[in-house]
Design a protein around this ligand. Sequence first.
Ligand code: 5GP
Length: 207
Amino acid sequence: MENRGILTVVSGFAGSGKGTLMKELIRNYDCYALSVSATSRAPRPGEEEGVSYFYKTREEFERMIEKGELLEYAEYVGNYYGTPRSFVDEKLSEGKDVILEIEIQGAMQIKKQYPEALLLFITPPSAAELKERLLRRGTETEDVIRKRMQRAAEEAEGIDQYDYIVVNDDVAECTELLHGIIRAAHFTPRHQAEFVEKIREELQGNR
Ligand code: 5GP
């Protein structure tokens, strides 16, 4: 059986609850490694350097781009976000399923570089519920919430590019569903290439 991990991209509208879901996945199962992104946005209350994000100035971020240190990056509502390359490579070769919680432009860059990556899209049950969750979070100004809702409408156009869409109604159920989907991805022929080759060779020898 293949022992390289699956690169899993998780996208979803801001307020879809994907952050909570990722924390639950990591807490419940030790087969996952969650990539910590670099960003030029300011920390929100309660966020921690190196846990939520690596916080950078725009200049520092641009230097990371120039040095090729990012696997992908994008600008989202006025700030840079990007995935440091080294962590992802290291964890995949250790056999961990690496989760990138990133927006859609980054997801498309990953899909191009790693056609075997698994792309999941998380959404709340309705637009009204999304707005409600953003308001409840209480960390953003009205203007930012409006921009994020507009952005969600744009992002919804890209859902077809993903492999699976998961509606986040109940955190526990949704966590199990995500785990099931990622487990199942290990058993596609594409992720079992070594095994497929081995059994083909054995069968050839038995003709
Ligand atoms: P937030 O500011 O709410 O933490 O994140 C805003 C958006 O940026 C979210 O959709 C989040 O998934 C995305 N994001 C976080 N890290 C990265 C990253 O490394 N690359 C890309 N492309 N998007 C990211």
